[in-house]
Design a protein around this ligand. Structure first.
Ligand code: MLT
Length: 334
């Protein structure tokens, strides 16, 4: 405390304290960041692809940040419940969100999100990108992609397709597949593809289009039958699974994850988080794990906060146009 401070009137003391706080708080907060564990919100259930990526990165980011990164699954409403939780959190870098393209597609699907998508989030960095895999339960009759698509054309209404809620990747993939085949599947919504995949393995649902991250291990374990991948090329880890185009159905879908803080988080804090994420993406053990499940880190040139912000804004515009062109109208959240 400065000499003579105590002799000032309480109003003047308060004014000086406010000025000092205004001048010092942001850089001081960033210098001490992080000063407690960081929560990484995963907007889907545990065991799904977003959860797997979050836990892998969290472990490595904890080491460079010197504080634990704790994953919290806040599932529901196609990933929008977790996004809402982030928006309501303090903008101090201690609460983060990992999300994929569904965060950008949400405003074209829901009209009462309760936040403005382009303004509510501070992008920290892009993470991984990869395809979806269309797969069936082992006892589903068709043995290959062509047979599956033929079967679906005739009997889609008798086939149950699982997804993680309206707007999730698995839902968008199911929608693209329905449009390409000109059919309607019987849909079953879950709080994430973790539980949806469990039910596919158990034979409770017929079909799931999920990210390669969680589909590949089940395929390699002989637990589900792969029909097609949604990338332009086959995956090295699934050399016998054709692309959907090879099987005569054009379903092109590449997903991507990014990490976000609430808007208003200090720049210096966002930079520290971006540095910790970049360090994790250089780790050979992370890259090996990505490769093993057919997903890839973004190239190093795209690791900046600016590259993530640009991609996010572009994707919000892209999905608004794509979904409006497909006749999709935003609905109210339940
Ligand atoms: C999940 O982690 O459950 C998925 O990312 C959900 C999805 O978008 O399909």
């Amino acid at each position: 405390m400065t000499p003579g401070f105590k002799t000032l009137t309480s109003t003047r003391r308060a004014a000086i304290a406010a000025l000092l706080a205004f001048g010092l708080s942001a850089p001081a907060a960033a210098q001490t960041f992080p000063n407690r564990p960081i929560t990484m919100i995963v907007p889907f259930a545990a065991g799904g692809p977003s959860d797997v990526i979050a836990r892998l990165l969290g472990e490595h980011m904890s080491r460079s940040l010197g504080q634990q990164v704790v994953v919290e699954n806040v599932a529901g409403a196609g990933g929008t419940a977790g996004a809402k939780r982030l928006v309501a959190s303090d903008a101090d870098g201690h609460t983060l969100l990992i999300h994929h393209l569904a965060l950008a597609a949400a405003p074209a699907l829901y009209n009462n999100l309760g936040y403005e998508t382009k303004k509510a989030f501070a992008p920290i960095g892009l993470v991984n990108t990869g395809p979806m895999v269309i797969a069936g339960k082992m006892t589903l009759g068709p043995a290959d992609a062509k047979a599956f698509f033929d079967h679906a054309r005739k009997q889609a209404d008798k086939l149950t397709i699982a997804h993680a809620g309206v707007g999730s990747n698995s839902h968008l993939c199911a929608t693209l597949m329905s449009q390409a085949l000109g059919v309607k599947f019987a849909q079953v919504a879950y709080r994430g593809t973790g539980p949806a995949m469990n039910d596919l393995v158990a034979g409770q649902v017929d079909v799931l289009c999920d990210q390669s991250t969680t589909a590949v291990p089940q395929i390699q374990g002989g637990k589900i039958r792969p029909y097609a991948v949604t990338s332009a090329e086959r995956l090295d880890v699934l050399p016998d699974t054709p692309t959907s185009r090879e099987a005569g159905i054009a379903i092109d879908m590449t997903i991507w994850h990014g990490i976000y803080a609430p808007a208003g988080t200090p720049d210096a804090t966002l930079d520290k988080l971006n540095k910790a994420l970049s360090a994790a993406l250089k780790e050979p053990s992370v890259l090996d794990r990505f490769k093993a499940v057919g997903t890839s880190a973004f190239p190093q040139g795209d690791w900046t906060r600016a590259a993530h912000a640009k991609r996010f804004a572009d994707e919000v515009d892209k999905w608004a146009k794509t979904l409006a062109a497909a006749g999709v109208k935003p609905q109210g959240l339940n």
